[in-house]
Design a protein around this ligand. Structure first.
Ligand code: NDP
Length: 452
């Protein structure tokens, strides 16, 4: 049977774009891709990229302060949100165009509209037009989840944060994950009074406990008012803003309330009902290690599959899918030992097991240090950075590495290479330090602080 396309991709985000580009550009498949919103998806348009630019923008007050302490004369400073937002918007336009051109160059046909599945080999566009495809890839990503509390409609999510008309004076961030903690720091850096409510005992659940505590302390010291064990009960519109009524009995007024309480896979109204594609407990599309669903012609990659919701993971899943199906190179992306960074201030870079997870697994040694880095100790700032290695007693392999420091994201990328190669503590020790740096501590920690 002749199909209109060898591959039809639904979703033009990180995973879908990579899969389409490789299938078409590298392997010569005839590929169509539908995207209902802006090309580039969450990462480029309303996630990692604009977020990181906001992180940069929010870091300048600290830089000005340090510059003064180092002897620079710094004049009056003021942040112009509108100027930043305008530049941000043009950067996103540029990136969106770059994504579009990449697809075009690779020979992919772009449909700027919503597509849904009709059956295992057919998709329908919002216009009513239908195409047959030998393979269909679902790469529709996810969207913010907001709990159903009274007044929830008064809150915004990360989606809206890049389009604010003006910066609020007082903001409440709800949640304790990556997004909540990053935006709490961003807004704080931009001069907003920030409170963060988190229902659990400590923010950043899932990360190493010591690292979480270190980040939370640093955030608090820099002015973020973190309330753990506190959740929102309702929001009410007031004359001056939004009243937030919380489980700790408090009622406080804010100008902006941002929810960052997790994300949900985009599977609704996709035409999946009755097709035989399995949907998991968290609403995700269930796939095997080759990203294939229970229906052989339908695959899924990225956040919609809820494996590890990170852009580089979606990209690797999309690439592996294209190599497997169109390049005759069966490739399964290995989800073990994926490093990540939380762009709080300071950043948290992490790979492998936390101390808590590792000690459940096997006997371990813990190497850790916290110290005042040279750059800020010089000007009397109390900031501390933290480096931590979790080592298997039996194999001596480094099972986990956790860094809380400025640029920890950059550092963990490099540590990740060694750790993925199976480096032992002795391999770290044999590596001569680069001096004077913060990360030299990773190769100079001689004695374990704990043996468990
Ligand atoms: P996370 O899953 O990281 O965090 C969700 C937070 O919301 C948790 O603190 C959770 O609490 C809380 N929460 C969940 N449901 C409720 C509820 N009903 N009421 C109150 N609180 C609730 O999600 P994010 O939205 O922060 O980010 C989504 C994903 O995006 C991340 O998991 C990550 O994979 C990715 N991401 C990665 C980034 C990076 O690499 N730097 C940056 C941003 C996002 P609890 O802990 O108690 O469950």
């Amino acid at each position: 049977m002749a199909f209109d396309y060898d591959l039809f991709v639904i979703g033009g985000g990180s995973g879908g774009v990579r899969a389409a580009r490789i299938a078409s550009g590298e392997w010569g498949a005839k590929v169509g891709l539908a995207e209902e919103s802006r090309m580039g998806g969450t990462c480029v348009i309303r996630g990692c990229v604009p977020k990181k630019l906001m992180v940069f923008a929010s870091g300048f007050p600290g830089i000005f302060e340090e510059a003064r302490a180092y002897g620079w004369e710094v004049g009056a400073t003021r942040f112009d949100w509108t100027a930043f937002r305008t530049r941000l918007e043009s950067e996103l336009n540029r990136l969106e165009e770059a994504y579009r051109n990449t697809l075009k160059t690779a020979g992919v046909t772009i449909h700027d509209t919503r597509a849904t599945l009709v059956d295992a080999h057919r998709v329908r566009l919002a216009s009513g037009e239908e195409f047959s495809a030998k393979h269909i890839l679902i790469a529709t990503g996810g969207r913010p989840f907001v709990p159903d509390i009274p007044g929830a409609e008064l809150a915004v999510t990360s989606n809206e944060m890049f389009h604010l008309e003006s910066l609020p004076k007082r903001a409440l961030v709800v949640g304790g994950g990556y997004i909540a903690s990053e935006f709490a720091c961003i807004l704080n850096g931009m001069g907003v009074e920030v409170s963060q409510y988190y229902r659990g005992a400590q923010i950043l659940r899932g990360f190493d406990d010591e690292a979480r505590g270190h980040v939370a302390n640093a955030m608090q010291a820099s002015g973020v008012d973190i309330h753990c064990g506190t959740d929102l009960m309702r929001l009410e519109k007031t004359e001056g803003g939004i009243r937030a009524v919380a489980t700790d009995g408090s009622e406080r007024e804010f100008d902006l309330v941002m929810y960052a309480t997790g994300r949900r896979p985009n599977v609704e109204n996709l035409g999946l009902d009755g097709l035989g594609v399995e949907i998991g407990r968290k609403g995700q599309i269930v796939v095997d290690r080759f990203s294939q669903t229970a229906v052989p012609s339908i695959f899924a990659v990225g956040d919609v599959t809820g494996r590890i919701n990170l852009t580089p993971v979606a990209i690797r899943e999309g690439h592996a899918f294209a190599d497997t199906v169109f390049g005759s190179k069966p490739t399964a992306f290995d989800h073990e030992l994926v490093a990540s960074a939380v762009f709080t201030q300071p950043e948290l870079g992490s790979i492998g097991l936390s101390e808590e997870a590792a000690r459940e697994q096997e006997p371990i040694e813990v190497y850790a240090t916290a110290f005042r880095p040279m750059k800020t100790a010089f000007i009397g700032k109390p900031d501390r950075v933290m480096m931590k290695l979790i080592v298997s007693k039996a194999t001596r392999k480094v099972l986990g590495c956790h860094i809380v420091a400025p640029e920890a994201g950059e550092m963990i990328q490099l540590a990740a290479i060694a750790i993925r190669m199976g480096a032992t503590k002795e391999d770290f020790d044999r590596t001569c330090a680069v001096h004077p740096t913060m990360s030299e501590e990773l190769v100079t920690m001689r004695k374990p602080v704990r043996t468990i």
